[in-house]
Write a protein that binds this ligand. Structure first.
Ligand code: URP
Ligand code: ZN
Ligand code: ZN
Ligand code: ZN
Length: 484
């Protein structure tokens, strides 16, 4: 029997093992892993290379309208192309509802965009900004049951935030249908109060963005969200943890058995608030929410990742150009409050983290695979993704662990700048296969727009309530009142 492709003589790495073996592909899936496999129609020599599962980036904003009504810089084609160049072969982006929009229509619209452009496989988080009865009682459960097994809500941003009551409505609906609830958790009142005071006093430069998002706003919102999770026994994912105290709140809650997951992103591990302090408006390129913090926070986040308090490393790719279509859309003399939040991150997520974790020896190869591919695929229920196993999708990235690259303004997304420009990393994904097809080789992409596939997801372990009910939620103890 002839395999379609054999990747030969490489070192294979999974979240649990690192070993030398050949990997064979038939059709779209992995057919065999072993020593000296029989020949394939195509042979790829991976001598002195690492053979890793394609990366899984479960937090990226693509072709999405921002809270402020601004379209982000990427199409599904440009965003997924840049992801592929960085070794990432699956993404989950947002089907983002805005007030007044019907969630089911929103999902159809985003799916149509992705169908036209995506070059890697993709799923959607159902982003709820308009939790009316139609949404909560009909569309949301129906869409979850159709395989969109994660819901996203914002606790801040005027245009999209939900109230505490609405958040509870959404969490209860997710509980009933079987979805993980992902949350941007910052205290809206604190952010608003701080930014209004700063702007009123003329502190409007990009560096004041970091001041306007106090650490306490993150801590307070995490506590509140976790309390809701405990009340309703609904699993949650806390997005983009940025502070040491935030990580500690999560550790504490997990320690007492609350079912919560959490992620952080490369910019919280590799940047600080100093990155916003640049001449003129230049710092706007680094504005994202929550903001970058301090070197001590970086260390605390690395520790939390090592201990398992945080389980996922995502990009939070949110690209805006540094011009009037993006960061500077508010005209002359914009305040930090008027600058779109977010940075491009899909392409460099894995190279930056490979360098930090593997090349610099901070954590090792298996932990890198786990945090950037295997755990996100497991937590978000992407069957066949995030690991190298027989029968899994043949999403493979072949890395040259020795290659040194000085990062330049040459990313393949559409943001027009590289927030990590000038840094040097060691380790680079040189060849990328998506479901058995070589889509990136020698710096060239060969994948038709629309060749990525929609990933519908089963209700997996992460979506399941613990079954330990709070007294106030337990229907049997509610004095016969049918509250839920
Ligand atoms: O600043 C960011 N990350 N913008 C994107 C929206 C969000 O907060 O996730
Ligand atoms: Zn229906
Ligand atoms: Zn967010
Ligand atoms: Zn985000």
């Amino acid at each position: 029997m002839l395999y379609d492709t054999v990747i030969r003589n490489g070192v294979i790495a999974t979240a649990t093992d690192v070993f030398k073996a050949d990997l064979a592909i038939t059709g779209e899936t992995i057919a065999a892993i072993g020593a000296t496999l029989p020949p394939g129609r195509r042979e790829i020599d991976a001598t002195n290379r690492l053979v890793l599962p394609g990366g899984v980036d479960v937090h990226c904003h693509i072709e999405q309208l921002s809270g402020g009504g601004l379209m982000n810089a990427d199409s599904f084609e440009s965003a997924t192309r840049s992801a592929a160049f960085g070794g990432t072969t699956s993404v989950i982006s947002f089907a983002a509802q805005h007030r007044g929009a019907r969630l089911s229509t929103v999902v159809e619209d985003y799916a149509a965009l992705a169908r036209r452009g995506a070059v890697i496989d993709y799923g959607f988080h159902l982003m709820v900004a308009n939790p009316d009865q139609q949404t909560v009682e009909h569309d949301l459960p129906a869409l979850i049951e159709a395989g969109h097994r994660s819901v996203k809500v914002f606790m801040t941003y005027d245009a999209v935030q939900v109230s505490d009551q609405q958040l509870l409505d959404v969490m209860l609906a997710a509980r009933g249908a079987g979805a993980l609830v992902c949350v941007h958790a910052e205290n809206h009142g604190v952010l608003k109060w701080m930014s209004e005071r700063l702007v009123a006093r003329g502190y409007v430069l990009p560096k004041f963005h970091a001041v306007s998002h106090p650490r306490a706003a993150e801590v307070e919102a995490f506590h509140r969200l976790i309390a809701f999770s405990e009340l309703l026994d609904q699993p949650i994912m806390i997005f983009h943890v940025s502070t040491a105290e935030g990580a500690a709140v999560i550790r504490d809650a997990r320690g007492r058995g609350v079912k919560i997951f959490a992620e952080t992103c490369p910019h919280y591990l590799l940047m600080t608030a100093q990155d916003l302090d640049r001449p003129g408006l230049e710092g706007a390129k680094w504005i994202c929410s929550p903001p970058q913090r301090t070197a001590a926070d970086q260390e605390a986040l690395w520790r939390a990742l090592a201990l398992g308090d945080l389980q996922v490393l995502s990009s939070d790719h949110a690209p805006y150009r540094f011009d009037s279509s993006g960061k500077l859309s508010a005209g002359d003399n914009p305040t930090f409050k008027q600058m779109a939040n977010g940075m491009p991150g899909l392409e460099l997520r894995q190279p930056l983290l490979f360098d930090a974790m593997v090349s610099q020896g901070r954590m090792g190869l298996s932990k890198f695979v786990e945090l950037t591919a295997t755990a996100p695929a497991r937590i978000y229920d992407l069957p066949g993704k995030g690991s190298l196993a027989i029968g899994a999708d043949a999403d493979v990235a072949i890395w040259n662990p020795e290659r040194r690259v000085t990062l330049a303004n040459d990313l393949h997304d559409n943001a027009g700048y590289n927030p990590f420009e000038g840094r040097t990393v060691t380790g680079w994904p040189e060849t990328v296969l998506r479901r058995g097809e070589v889509i990136v080789a020698e710096g060239v992409i060969n994948a038709a727009p629309g060749s990525g596939r929609l990933l519908l997801r089963p209700a997996g372990e992460a979506t399941r309530p613990t079954g330990r009910l709070s007294a106030e939620f337990d229907p049997a103890r509610n004095f016969g009142a049918d509250l839920y």
